[in-house]
Design a protein around this ligand. Structure first.
Ligand code: ADP
Length: 803
């Protein structure tokens, strides 16, 4: 930053101030100049107008006077023959002359002594009286002039008795003899300037200018109605000669003419004012934006300084000399090297000296190369800090041309990467370690991304599936699962992504997998999410459970067989028991009958009643045995107890769970929302529910659980107003559904559709349920499967249930 100060001579604010002052002075000068220019132009314009007006006046007057003189000369010639011209004729001629042009005041004929001989007979034409031609010094002068100059016509200015100025045109009347021409008199025509000028000159000229007329420096006409401008700088003159007399026209633009000029000047001033205000607005705008920019620049500089300060490293500008002396370094240098910013910038510490000797040559080479090619460079090397620590740094730099001189300097950033490198090494080690673990485990470990694409595939996976990692890399994990299970796998992941709830994830699930050669095998799959990853990733842990399945299947068929045997055994045992119980009294009856026959044959009739008693006793015993069997079938009240129905199904669920797990089916419990007791034989009712669950699970398994792997066990309340209240226990499956052929024979003993079925499960269940005062039914489940349900009367407190 100090470097900057050296090179900037004044701040932008100062510059703007100076520019504004210069602009102000310049605009003031400019306005003054424009005003002067306008004034001069106006003057020149008036000069031109005045001169041309004066020229015009001269031409008009000259021409008019000459014409009048010509007419008068003609008239004088006629007058020379006055002897023969009657007064009337003279009157007519003079009148004709008078009316031919405007401006005549009077026309008179005077003798050589200026006594009026004839006068144009017009009323009010009192020229002789007005002007007393005989006593006019100029009139005398006219005579003299004529004699001296031999001029034919003389024009002299005259002054009337009333002070009116006029022009006397004297045309001599000659008495011509053979030898001489004697002046007998003059035809004098008087033009009064006032009416004359007004009749001769156009009115607009008289309106715009004040006109003054001089003849031989005598003022003969001046417009008294107008006031000349106060300043005398506007008047213009034009002079000309008529018959040896100097006529001078003075013109001054009148006062009305001035506002017009002022108006023009004001208009110009307004235009200039607008221009100036635009200029000032622009200047202010520039000033404000410059200020804002300066502020922003300041802010930026502060921010940059702050940023550089907080950066974990050192920004620098180094000169392109040996050991790279620093021109500028950021505050981070102290943390990086232990040396202060000052030490670097005063070049007490040279960067090149800090580089580890083993890396020095490589660093120099790279930088020289970058200077040659003017390209960016990136380097990793070691430095030795003030505390003699060795640190690994990463330098990124670029040669740039200096603003101070032509030479190239290097700008860049140096960061301490010692810990990063260490972390990298640690990471690599830990990766190798975990890789070794992953590869040593028996389970297949597969990493997949959000889209199910395989990212890693451990050794066990390669062995298990027969693929190498390169063969499955970036392929969908579905490659490893048979098509019929693909959908399941996709659904698991999709459901997780949607709901963010673990289903398969973290818990595990049994599935079927497919090897490279197309063979399938059962697996246990557990998936877990890899946390803190930008894109979600999952680890799949797969265990080959072929062996386990074989064992389970064996166990399962064993259980099946046992159950089957159990049921047959129970029947057999029951039959044997009944036979044994009845056989005994029958044998006794047979024996007693035989003995009675023998007594009859030998004539011992007195022993017969005793024997008949015994026979009767034995048959009663046989009857009681059958009654007992009947009672046994009914189980009687002996083993019945009051049970919470929810607890009852919960116990059944626990009993059936291991079998369900083997079948890969989940039992879902939907207990009753109210606690309802039933008075039942626990074992028998459990037997019924177990039988229904087993049937349902078998039906589901027969179609590979394609409609789902959940079987529901539910309790509902069935309240009847006028009859007993019941609970309804339902077993809802999603299996193959009841075959049409079985619908009418379901509860008939020994009817079955199964290979190893006995066909007595439902018939026994029916008799047990009915013995408990309930009914068993079935219906279709929607969209697939069957619902088996049975009712049980609710046990109300205090009311013994003996049904
Ligand atoms: P077993 O189960 O030994 O065949 P059962 O009396 O329990 O004897 O069942 C009789 C028959 O009823 C079965 O073979 C089967 O065809 C049919 N069945 C019973 N429960 C279901 C069920 N949930 N879904 C489909 N069919 C069933």
């Amino acid at each position: 930053m100090e470097n900057d100060k050296r090179h900037i001579s004044f701040s932008p604010q100062n510059a703007i101030l100076w520019y504004s002052v210069i602009a102000g002075v310049f605009s003031a000068c400019f306005i003054a100049f424009v005003l002067l220019y306008i004034e001069r132009q106006e003057r020149a314009h008036i000069d031109r107008v005045t001169q041309s007006t004066a020229d015009g006046i001269k031409t008009v007057l000259e021409e008019d006077i000459y014409r009048r003189m010509e007419s008068l000369t003609e008239f004088a010639k006629l007058s020379e023959t006055s002897n023969i011209m009657s007064d009337n004729e003279w009157d007519l001629l003079s009148k004709a002359l008078y009316y031919s042009k405007q401006g005549y005041h009077s026309i008179v004929w005077v003798d050589s002594s200026f006594h009026v001989l004839r006068r144009m007979p017009i009323e009010g034409s009192e020229t002789a009286i007005d002007f007393d031609l005989a006593s006019q010094p100029m009139a005398l002068l006219a005579k003299l002039k004529y004699q001296q100059q031999n001029s034919k016509v003389i024009a002299v200015p005259l002054t009337s008795i009333n002070g009116n100025r006029g022009l006397g045109i004297y045309v001599p009347v000659l008495n011509k003899t053979l030898t001489s021409k004697k002046v007998e008199g003059f035809i004098v025509n008087v033009l009064l300037f006032d009416p004359y000028i007004k009749s001769v000159l156009p009115t607009y000229l008289l309106a715009e200018y004040k006109l003054t007329l001089f003849i031989d420096d005598q003022k003969v006409y001046s417009d008294q109605t107008k006031h000349p401008p106060t300043s005398g700088t506007w008047d213009r003159q034009a002079a000309f000669e008529i018959l040896g007399q100097r006529w001078q026209v003075n013109l001054v633009p009148n006062n009305e003419f001035r506002p017009f000029i002022l108006f023009r000047m004001f208009s110009l001033l307004i235009v200039l004012g607008i221009l100036l205000s635009i200029f000032i607005t622009l200047a202010v705008y520039t000033l404000m934006s410059a200020r804002n920019k300066t502020k922003l620049t300041k802010d930026d500089r502060k921010k940059t300084e702050q940023l550089l300060k907080n950066l974990p490293g050192m920004a620098y500008q180094a000169s392109n000399r040996t050991n790279r002396p620093m021109i500028f370094v950021s505050e981070g240098c102290t943390l990086l090297t232990g040396y202060s910013k000052k030490q670097f910038e005063k070049q007490n510490i040279l960067w090149g000296k800090l580089i580890h000797p083993d890396d020095d040559e490589r660093v120099c080479r790279t930088i020289n190369q970058a200077l040659k090619t003017k390209h960016l460079f990136e380097l990793e090397y070691r430095i030795i800090t003030k505390n003699n620590d060795v640190r690994l740094v990463l330098e990124r730099g670029e040669p740039v041309s200096s603003i101070i001189n032509d030479e190239f300097i290097i700008e860049g950033f140096i960061a301490d990467i010692t810990s990063i490198k260490q972390a990298e090494v640690d990471l690599l080690q830990s990766y190798a370690f975990s890789q070794a673990i992953v590869n040593s485990v028996v389970e297949a470990v597969i990493t997949i991304n959000n889209k199910g694409l395989i990212l890693s595939f451990n050794d066990a996976a390669q062995k298990m599936f027969g693929y190498t990692f390169s063969e499955v890399k970036d392929k969908n994990v579905k490659t490893l699962i048979p098509r019929s299970y693909n959908e399941h796998h996709d659904q698991y992941l999709a459901q997780y992504k949607r709901t963010n709830k673990t289903h398969i994830i973290g818990t595990g699930r049994e599935l079927v997998a497919k090897r490279k050669d197309g063979t399938t095998f059962p697996i246990h799959l557990s998936v877990s999410e890899i946390p803190n990853h930008e894109e979600k990733m999952y680890v799949e842990l797969i265990r080959d459970i072929t062996q386990q399945r074989v064992l389970e299947d064996e166990a399962s068929s064993h259980i099946e067989q046992m159950a089957h045997a159990d049921r047959l055994n129970a029947l057999g045992e029951m039959a044997a028991g009944i036979a044994h119980e009845i056989n005994q009294p029958l044998t006794a009856i047979s024996l007693f009958s035989q003995t009675a026959k023998n007594f009859c044959e030998i004539g011992k009739f007195e022993r017969l009643p005793e024997l008949f008693d015994k026979i009767s006793q034995q048959s009663l015993r046989a009857g009681s045995v059958l009654e007992r069997v009947q009672m046994m079938t009914r189980q009687g009240d002996r083993s019945k107890e009051v049970l919470d129905s929810n607890m009852l199904i919960d116990e059944v669920k626990k009993l059936a769970e291991s079998e369900a797990r083997l079948r890969d089916i989940k039992i879902q419990l939907l207990p009753c929302h109210q606690k309802k007791n039933v008075f039942v034989d626990r074992v028998q009712i459990q037997q019924v529910i177990l039988n229904l669950l087993r049937n349902g699970m078998e039906a589901m398994q027969s179609i590979d659980c394609k409609n789902g792997a959940i079987i529901k066990l539910q309790i509902k309340l069935q309240i009847k107003i006028k009859a007993d209240n019941y609970i309804k226990i339902l077993v809802i499956d999603t299996g193959c559904g009841i075959p049409n052929s079985m619908i009418n024979e379901l509860f008939t003993p020994f009817s079955t559709t199964k290979k190893n079925g006995t066909g007595i499960g439902l018939s026994i269940s029916k008799s047990i349920v009915e013995e408990h005062g309930g009914h068993i039914h079935f219906s279709k489940n929607k969209p697939a499967g069957a619902i088996f349900y049975f009712t049980l009367p609710i046990h109300e407190e205090g009311i013994p249930n003996d049904k």
